[in-house]
Design a protein. Structure first.
Lengths: 295, 298
């Protein structure tokens, strides 16, 4: 039963991650793949505050979320001077740089990571309550994304994404919209990271590498960009499918690459055969006015 | 610690090791200039080039030259497929730059996972040993690998320059890079030029990977990390400046190797990413270089 609980919690966390990533990359059109590092920063901050400084877990989760948001603003303010491919490469540089920093700092546990993280709720109320907590947060995030998409703020985001020049010409502040959506998406990722840390009680920098970016991106692309429910379907599907492979009892040396092939193969298939994803939004293929050239 | 011999040794080693980085940077910069794509799928081509050569030498006891030629064929074949079935389709569908970029990253990862499945994650080399005989010139140690590597790089750069400057297809490539639509009006087949550019990039990638794999160990995901170096060199050198990218690769190699004197080796990766982040944000068009002075012919 613990295994099932863990799978449900992972699905919930990936729903949160994919939905918040969709907010940035899909609705906002901000091509950054550094999302996992904010997930990692939330996890590390909350874990270290609770374990080393004795901060109560709910407060450490909140501080982890805020720290992820602060760092995302610190990255976004200079990085959003550029867009398109350039922003994507800058985000890769930021992500890998932060991972190297975490690996080399002593108080973050270096490459060995952080273990012995205080558990939250589970020792007192059992695992079921944590499943309920993560599921509730996941549902809340999906509804928040849906609400944002249909609100005035969401319409402003779409307008900025589709034509930034026209948006600015109308007297609207494109930079504020970009920074705010980036901060919001990253804070939600930080919250997911903190929730992860206090359930699984071990984090290491390897969990937040480029492959993690690829996993979340796959969930969004396969599920459907710019739709509230697409990333949910993508996250559920792509968490359950690899579990099916684990039942084949393959050695770990084959299991990892097979799961990777499944992820990347699915993205490639969807990109060419169903670029809109499982839940379609209109004009997914088309250039959105930002960035240059393309192929 | 900071004596002249140490500095000269670091400079020489940097120059030699930057040979493969120059190849990767030139391949990346060329595709970006002509095809207009940040081609991270180059990492996939690098993986194919290395593992083909490794499999031939380790599995079939092939000689170095045979392994190189077959690896070159395999990499060029994949580059052709990548352009014909990947980029051309995306172009036809007017895919946004984000989709193209995601495609290049995911294609590289797909190839890396195939390599993991076939060869495992354990580091591999092309030849069983990485040891190259060393001789002292003055106080500087020069390995038997260094001179052929530098020579091959210079030769390939010269060949590319001659090709671009004096051949018809080279001129077509520059024309498409300058203005693809106008080039088409003059009867240049844009698709063929894109394919040719990918094939030339594949030659540089194979040569670079062959050099790298005879000196260092490679894992399936190594190429993606190496690509960041090529990207950084391309951006530092200035988008659209192939020779600027080559020069930037050499300078970055020197900077990275010299930094050992002042920065612990475990912080070198961090330094590289900081430079990448700062460069792309503050110098997205590259470090300003003096423009070429053109005079009217009288």
């Amino acid at each position: 039963m613990d295994y099932v609980y863990s799978i449900i919690i992972l699905i919930g966390l990936f729903v949160i991650l994919a939905s918040s990533f969709n907010l940035i990359i899909g609705y906002g059109g901000l091509i950054s793949i550094a999302h996992p590092i904010f997930y990692g920063l939330g996890a590390y901050t909350s874990a270290l505050l609770a374990r080393d400084l004795g901060v109560p877990v709910p407060l450490s989760i909140l501080l982890g979320t805020l720290f992820a948001m602060l760092l995302s603003v610190a990255m976004a303010l200079p990085a959003l001077r550029i867009s398109g491919d350039y922003l994507l490469i800058a985000s890769i540089g930021f992500q890998l740089g932060m991972i190297e920093l975490i690996k080399n700092l002593r108080f973050t546990g270096g490459a060995s990571g952080v273990s012995g993280i205080p558990a939250f709720l589970v020792p007192t109320f059992g695992r079921g309550i944590y499943v309920a907590l993560v599921s509730g947060v996941a549902l809340g995030v999906v509804l928040l994304v849906r609400w944002i998409a249909h609100s005035d703020y969401g319409r402003a985001i779409s307008a900025m994404r589709d034509d930034e020049v026209a948006f600015a010409a109308l007297g609207r502040d494109a930079k504020w919209i970009k920074v705010s959506i980036f901060a919001l998406g990253s804070a939600i990722a930080g919250l997911a990271g903190a929730l992860y840390a206090h359930y699984f009680r071990f984090v290491t920098s390897e969990q937040f590498e480029i492959l993690m970016s690829s996993t979340i991106l796959t969930m969004v692309v396969v599920g459907g960009l710019k739709t509230p429910w697409g990333p949910v379907i993508g996250a559920i599907l792509l968490q359950i499918l690899p579990q099916a492979i684990t039942f084949l009892n393959l050695p770990p040396v084959l299991l990892g690459p097979l799961q990777g092939l499944l992820f990347t193969g699915l993205v490639l298939i969807f990109m060419f055969l169903r670029p809109g994803g499982l839940v379609r939004a209109s004009s997914t293929w088309r250039a959105t006015g930002s960035g240059h050239g393309g192929a | 610690m900071f004596n002249l011999t140490t500095l000269a040794q670091i400079l020489w080693t940097s120059l030699a090791t930057s040979s493969y980085y120059v190849m990767f940077a030139v391949a990346f910069a060329l595709v970006l200039k002509v095809n207009g794509v940040f081609n991270f799928a180059q990492a996939g081509l690098m993986t194919i080039a290395f593992y083909t050569a490794h499999a031939l030498v380790a599995g079939f006891a092939a000689g170095g030259a045979t392994a190189f030629l077959i690896a070159l064929g395999a990499t060029m074949g994949c580059a052709w497929g990548l352009e014909g079935f990947g980029f051309a389709t995306l172009r036809r569908n007017q895919a946004s730059p984000m989709f193209v970029f995601i495609f290049t990253i995911v294609a590289s990862e797909f190839i890396a996972y195939c390599a993991m499945l076939l060869f495992g994650t354990w580091p591999k080399t092309i030849f069983p040993q990485l040891f190259w005989p060393v001789r002292l010139v003055g106080d500087i140690a020069i390995s038997a690998w260094d001179l052929p590597a530098i020579g091959a790089t210079l030769l390939m750069l010269l060949a590319l320059w001659l090709f671009l400057r004096f051949t018809r297809w080279g001129q077509f490539m520059l024309a498409v890079a300058d203005n693809a639509s106008l080039a088409e009006l003059y009867g240049i087949n844009r698709r063929q030029v894109y394919t040719l550019t990918m094939l030339i990039a594949a030659v540089f990638v194979t040569a670079g990977m062959f050099l790298y794999g005879t000196r260092a160990q490679v894992q399936p995901l190594s190429s993606l990390e190496m690509m960041l170096f090529a990207t950084l060199a391309t951006i530092l050198g200035g988008i659209g400046r192939i020779w600027g990218a080559a020069l930037a690769a050499v300078l970055l190699g020197v900077l990275q190797n010299s930094s050992i004197l002042v920065i612990p080796s475990e912080w070198q990766g961090f330094l590289l990413y900081v430079v990448l982040f700062v460069t792309i944000i503050f110098f997205p068009q590259g470090i300003g270089m003096p423009g070429r002075i053109r005079r009217l012919a009288r």
